[in-house]
Each structure stands twice: as structure tokens, then as C-alpha cells.
Design a protein around this ligand. Structure first.
Ligand code: NAP
Length: 264
């Protein structure tokens, strides 16, 4: 089944979990003109074997890009590499999926320190901030390349940033889940990612670049754990359908994988 996403699409954190499934379904479901830049921090490692297999399965459709979201030099090198590959083209869609949760298991305040806070903020907020800043010229070019009839119509086909957030970033909903999963660094970083989404939405709307945060659901991955009710397949299927239908009204919003708004 094809869908309404096309052009040059970049996804971060693609060697496993939701990111790997995003690359798989994008390769399966987009048309022949689409190209996927699948970023991961260790492309030659055994941890990236499943991603390398996808490039063989979909020849010419996926390019693996080395990218460590916690390292500014790595982000800059990845942006340069993608720029050279895209040439005169634009970048239509950036999906900021890579993230960490530290300490690894849901930890209380007593087991959480400064390094956990800083590491998580660096990967989950500073990385997406720098990536979008450095890719802005390519996103602008993609937005301008659409047919003149497009006007100020925003979409993920034209030019968009999707920041993968979480339900537990919601300040309003915090009392519902805090007792079972305190996760100070992760929650606060994703709330900051939501604000980054909102700021970028305001900043980039004059360029017709859509910016939306999406919660993937509670998904069975290394991060989500084995009790999670959703498979990566179902979560990503839902998120890609939601992304396909996003428009101006969704810019600066936090939505779930099925497109329902989540309160800040
Ligand atoms: N699973 C859930 O239930 C759930 C719920 C809500 C939101 N989310 C969000 O969904 C997204 C994907 O989560 P997931 O469940 O797929 O997590 P995951 O299984 O832990 O995978 C995380 C991915 O991010 C990559 N990554 C981590 N740090 C990185 C860095 N510094 N540079 C580049 N890549 C890095 C990992 O690569 P390495 O293998 O190199 O570490 C891996 O590919 C995250 O943004 C997460 O916050 C997940």
C-alpha cells in the first residue's frame, strides 16, 4: 500500500525499535521517487545489521547515515553528507525519533543524578534542536519547490519536522502516571521537546514548514519493554497514516499515533 509521503525523508535512531520500523514501512509504502536517509550512530556495528538488511531488500531506496545525536560534530557531518547526496533537491521530512531514557529502568528521584538529566537533555532536546537548525535551508528549499498552487498549505510531503514525543511529557496528565514511572530526566526532556516543537512551528510557519510532535503509543521495544501493548508495526502504521494527513491545523500540536490531540 502506498501513502501520501514522498521525496527525501530522514529518520534518526533507525537501527532498532520504532526507528527501524519507520524505515521499513517508509521503504514499503512510499513510491519510487522517495528516498530514505536512515540515521544511526554505528552503521557498521552488529546492532545495525537489521537496518543494513533493509538496504539490500530495498535497493537504491535507503541510504544509511552515521549520526550520533549527542555529538554536535557528528550532527554537522551527517547534515553535510545528506546535503551532498541531495544536491539541488530539498529535504521533505525529518523524523526526530532517536532518544534515550536514563536511568534505564524507571527510577525515583533518589536514583537520578545530574549526569542522567544532562545526558537525556542532550540527546532528546539539543540533538533535535541542532538537527533542525542545520537542516533548515534544505527544508526551506523543499517547501519552495512545491508547485505554485500549493500556497501556504503545509504537509509532510512538502516540508515537515516530526518530533517523536510521549504521552508522559504532558504536564496536565503527569498526575495520572507519575507514581508508576517517575522518570524525571525523560519526562522533562520530552516536555522541552514539545516546547521546541511549538517554537519551531511559530518560527518556521512563514516558510510553510510543518512541525508537529507525535506520541507513538506504548510500544514493545527496548525502551517500551515487553508489557507494552502495541507492536512497532501497528504504532508505525498509525503514525505514518497520521503524518500523511497532517496539515496547517496540526502545526505546533502534540498528537498521539492515531492523530488525537494530547493536552500539553
Ligand atoms: N517505546 C515506547 O513505548 C515509547 C513511548 C513513547 C515515546 N517513545 C519514543 O519513541 C522513540 C523511539 O523509541 P523506541 O521505543 O524505539 O526506543 P529504543 O528501542 O530504545 O530505540 C532508540 C533508538 O534511538 C537511538 N539512539 C539513542 N541515542 C542516540 C544517539 N545519541 N544518537 C543516535 N541515535 C541514538 C538508538 O540507537 P542505539 O542502538 O545506538 O542506542 C535506537 O536506535 C523515542 O523518541 C522514544 O522516546 C517510545
Amino acid at each position: 500500500m502506498s501513502m501520501k509521503l514522498e521525496g527525501n525523508i530522514l529518520v534518526t535512531g533507525t537501527n532498532r525499535g520504532i526507528g527501524l520500523e519507520l524505515v521499513k514501512q517508509l521503504a514499503e509504502r512510499t513510491g519510487g521517487e522517495a528516498h530514505i536517509y536512515a540515521c544511526c550512530r554505528a552503521p557498521d556495528d552488529t546492532k545495525a545489521e537489521a537496518l543494513r538488511d533493509l538496504t539490500t531488500q530495498y535497493p537504491g531506496k535507503i541510504t544509511i547515515i552515521k549520526l550520533d545525536m549527542s555529538d554536535e560534530a557528528s550532527i554537522s557531518a551527517a547534515v553535510q553528507a545528506v546535503k551532498e547526496l541531495i544536491g539541488d533537491g530539498g529535504l521533505n521530512l525529518v523524523i526526530n525519533n532517536a532518544a534515550i531514557n536514563k536511568p534505564d529502568t524507571p527510577a525515583p528521584l533518589s536514583a537520578t543524578g545530574k549526569k542522567d538529566m544532562m545526558d537525556v537533555y542532550e540527546t532528546n532536546v539539543v540533538g533535535p534542536f541542532l538537527l533542525a537548525k542545520m537542516f533548515l535551508p534544505l527544508l526551506q528549499r523543499a517547501a519552495e519547490m512545491k508547485s505554485p498552487g500549493e500556497g501556504d498549505k503545509m504537509s509532510c510531503r512538502r516540508s515537515a519536522i516530526i518530533n517523536i514525543s510521549t504521552l508522559i511529557s504532558s504536564i496536565e496528565k503527569c498526575p495520572e502516571s507519575f507514581a508508576i514511572a517517575q522518570m524525571y530526566p525523560y519526562r522533562t526532556s520530552k516536555a522541552a521537546l514539545n516546547m521546541l516543537t511549538r517554537c519551531q512551528a511559530e518560527d518556521f510557519k512563514s516558510h510553510n514548514i510543518l512541525v508537529t510532535a507525535i506520541h507513538p503509543g506504548w510500544v514493545r521495544t527496548q525502551m517500551g519493554g515487553e508489557q507494552a501493548p502495541l507492536t512497532p508495526l501497528d504504532s508505525v502504521h498509525g503514525m505514518l497514516s497520521t503524518m500523511s494527513s497532517l496539515s496547517n491545523k496540526d502545526c505546533g500540536m502534540l498528537l498521539d499515533w492515531q492523530g488525537n490531540p494530547i493536552p500539553w
